[in-house]
Design a protein around this ligand. Structure first.
Ligand SMILES: [Zn+2]
Length: 251
């Protein structure tokens, strides 16, 4: 059993070496063997499905707020608002998400909790950061690497799963990667860069802290996307305050 594990890990190691890219902005290596464009292709069908499954709303009470904030955040994050699609989903869920290829979904449930545009900007900044840093691609790659390791192990054991290869792992389908929960590290990165985007767009970053504090007091029902992988509320809020202090000192 031990030697099989080793073979699996060695195979994953080879993929890791081949696919690790240093991201200057994040200051760390990312395991990526899918590009932003490849992830965007995968996400496009997931996005179409979501829009079919969940009702969207054109209620100006929500849409006007979102359309006022989204372009500013997208521009502040270096993107072109015309290339992004933002939809308001009619649901009491306290949630928001973004998909590769520039899709943002935000629920009426979370918008009802947002006291002002700056709080919308805080969540949008967070979501746009996930997309900009291809966090989905990274989750997808990590999952594929784990699958490959298992596949190689099974093959070595003489099972019929000889075909399990990196290529097969990459064909996992849109439900992997596109909708995988982010890691704690990803959540903290999205918070960190999200608050920079909102400040750059002219919103008061302190509203991000107020909003996350409100969210922390709000944990009933299913966890929202950004609470799902549990950076503790204290960790998250402490990091945001640190980041805001850095922004205020002009660095
Ligand atoms: Zn998140």
């Amino acid at each position: 059993m031990k030697s099989l594990m080793k073979i699996g890990l060695a195979a994953a190691g080879v993929m890791t070496l081949a696919a690790c890219a240093y991201n200057e902005t994040l200051g760390r290596n990312q395991l990526l063997f899918v590009s932003q464009d490849q992830m965007a292709q995968l996400a496009s069908s997931a996005w179409t499905d979501l829009k079919k499954q969940e009702p969207t709303t054109n209620d100006p009470k929500y849409v006007n707020r979102v359309n006022r904030v989204a372009p500013k955040i997208i521009r502040a994050a270096g993107g072109n608002p015309a290339e992004w699609e933002v939809k308001v989903f009619k649901s009491d869920q306290i949630n928001a998400f973004a998909l590769p290829g520039g899709k943002i979904g935000i629920y009426t449930g979370i918008l009802d909790l947002m006291a002002n545009d700056a709080q919308i900007a805080a969540v949008m900044g967070h979501e746009v950061a996930h997309v900009n840093f291809n966090h989905s691609g990274e989750r997808y790659s990590q999952t594929a690497a784990a699958q490959t390791a298992l596949g190689v192990g099974a093959a070595a054991a003489g099972s019929s799963q000889v075909g399990s290869s990196a290529i097969q792992a990459l064909g996992l389908g849109a439900q992997y990667g596109v909708l995988l929960p982010f890691s704690r590290k990803h959540e903290l990165e999205a918070d960190k860069f999200g608050v920079r985007y909102m400040a750059r767009a002219g919103y008061d970053p302190n509203e991000a802290v107020k909003f996350w504090e409100k969210m922390a007091a709000q944990k009933n029902g299913a966890p929202p996307e950004f609470l799902s992988t549990h950076p503790s509320d204290a960790t998250r809020i402490a990091q945001l305050k640190k980041e805001i202090a850095l922004l205020n000192s002009g660095s």
